[in-house]
Design a protein around this ligand. Sequence first.
Ligand SMILES: CC(C)(COP(=O)(O)OP(=O)(O)OC[C@H]1O[C@@H](n2cnc3c(N)ncnc32)[C@H](O)[C@@H]1OP(=O)(O)O)[C@@H](O)C(=O)NCCC(=O)NCCS
Length: 164
Amino acid sequence: MEKNNNNLVNESMENLFHTKFYIRKSMDYQKLLPLFKDAGLEVELDDPNPKGLLTCFEVVDKKTDEIIGASSIINNNGIYQVKTLAVTKEYQGRGIGRYLMDEMVHELRKLGAKKVILNAKEPGFYKRVGFIESPMDTNDIEYDCGDCEHFNRYCFPKIMEREI
Ligand SMILES: CC(C)(COP(=O)(O)OP(=O)(O)OC[C@H]1O[C@@H](n2cnc3c(N)ncnc32)[C@H](O)[C@@H]1OP(=O)(O)O)[C@@H](O)C(=O)NCCC(=O)NCCS
């Protein structure tokens, strides 16, 4: 009974989402750098495409055509990783991060991935969307925190993983 109710809630949220927004794929990582940077990710506006880029996802507001959330996935040495994920401040807390994650998992499943890993700046969010702390090491993944002045002062990222 509870499961059915939850399914109904999820379905109506999904319908609501699709009346307002849509998700598209692109390889234009550089176009998304201002959005990632504004959301506080450790990127620079002239960063090159990340090594092993598979695809980016863009959430577009149908009313304004504005990209209001985005993410990217990479594969290096057979390890699938969420490289970036951000939602613009005004749109946070409306389920857009979760939709982006669902879309990435769907794509990774199609690619045959069994597991995805990431460096979580917001571990609480990733826990809500099915990730657990990973035994993997910073050397195992593409890792950008090393030189960041916030690292382990104001920002306490965790390496996390999720079965696909
Ligand atoms: C983290 C981020 C992507 C979440 O996106 P969002 O659209 O605001 O999240 P959603 O609305 O989809 O939230 C999904 C769930 O996670 C929870 N959640 C969201 N942010 C959270 C956080 N910082 N800590 C704990 N839980 C969080 C929500 O309450 C919601 O829970 P529920 O479904 O059980 O009600 C977004 O806040 C963001 O872009 N932050 C700045 C950039 C960033 O830190 N990105 C992550 C880099 S590793």
